[in-house]
Write a protein that binds this ligand. Structure first.
Ligand code: BDR
Ligand code: CA
Length: 316
């Protein structure tokens, strides 16, 4: 049985890595991409999601997400990490197709209602669309199979502030509602995503094996390497969003603690994922360790064949 997945995403360079890895993984059926602001605006995220699907000849629905956080103003896009158009210095391109007429929240609710208990939502951007879907349909929480989030930091530092990770910090109120809901949540945070890294040589390898998709990722990753090098002094990049996809297909690569999570929504620690002190929240599987050698190899192995698989899709 394939994993049926909807990826909620703000593409974004590492989002592109995750999406192309998922498209190349024949154990995954990506039934849709829902867009969200974060790395770019929601309009740009929608355009980029369409572009990624078209690049891989992957027929999937792209549904446009919320334009702003649930109850506060939007922060500016992270163009210093992902470039003004989202894929580093790769120029903007207009997709041939267009987005679905439904909002991301409607699409999420309708898809999960049509296949109750079958769909995993892999959220690799701010969690506004998930919170909106929770409000839209009281049955949504029951219809979803599971939620896997790239976001947060458990026993680790933040990347926007000393304690807050970007996806959670961009809409802390939405994230807290997602952690409060009665569903199966896995949190893949900086504790593990910063431990799996790729280098320029890795992307040169991908470009040599898969000139279209690997070549695109190599060009986009250059800008991402510049950002990481300015922060860490090392020319390698963190594999944030691909780690969340791997937590669906290869959960055995991760170690987990099972704890209730709250998001700090005010004050100096806004956006921090903290232990929830009460008794009335369902436990979250928080990834705290990763076999980073195997995780990197799995990513490289899948994307190395991305062109072959997309050519097969194009032909068939
Ligand atoms: C997360 O924030 C975004 O910049 C990345 O795409 C990733 O989802 C990492 O903190
Ligand atoms: Ca992302």
């Amino acid at each position: 049985m394939k994993h049926k997945v909807i990826i909620d995403t703000d593409p974004g360079i590492d989002d592109a890595m995750a999406i192309h890895m998922a498209f190349a993984d024949q154990s995954i059926d990506v039934i849709g991409l829902t867009s969200i602001f974060g790395n770019v605006t929601t309009h740009t995220a929608t355009r980029n999601a369409l572009r990624l699907a078209e690049m891989a000849y992957y027929r999937t629905i792209v549904a446009p997400g919320a334009l702003v956080p649930l109850i506060r103003g939007a922060e500016p896009p992270a163009d210093f990490v992902h470039g003004a158009e989202g894929f580093g210095t790769v120029p903007a391109a207009t997709p041939a197709g267009s987005a679905d007429g439904r909002s991301a929240a409607q699409f999420l609710c309708e898809s999960c209602a049509a296949a109750p208990g079958e769909i995993t939502i892999c959220a690799v951007g701010p969690l506004t669309n998930l919170a909106a879907a929770l409000s839209l349909d009281p049955n949504f929480v029951r219809n979803v199979k599971s939620i896997v989030i790239m976001g947060g930091s458990y026993a680790y530092h933040g990347n926007v502030t000393g304690c807050a990770e970007a996806n959670i910090w961009n809409d802390p109120d939405a994230a807290d509602r997602v952690f409060a809901a009665d569903w199966d949540v896995t949190m893949v945070g900086l504790d593990v995503t910063e431990r799996t890294q790729c280098t320029p040589d890795d992307f040169a390898f991908l470009a040599s094996q898969s000139p279209q998709i690997g070549g695109f990722l190599r060009r986009a990753a250059d800008f991402y390497f510049d950002f990481h090098q300015s922060k860490t002094g090392v020319r390698s990049c963190f594999m944030h969003d691909p780690s969340a996809i791997l937590a669906i297909t290869d959960a055995h690569l991760f170690g987990f603690e099972v704890v209730p999570i709250a998001v700090i929504c005010d004050g100096e620690e806004i956006g921090r994922t903290a232990l929830y002190e009460g008794q009335d929240r369902r436990l979250v599987k928080v990834a705290t360790s990763v076999d980073n050698v195997a995780a990197r190899e799995k990513f490289l192995g899948l994307v190395a064949h991305a062109d072959d698989i997309s050519e097969m899709r194009k032909a068939g």
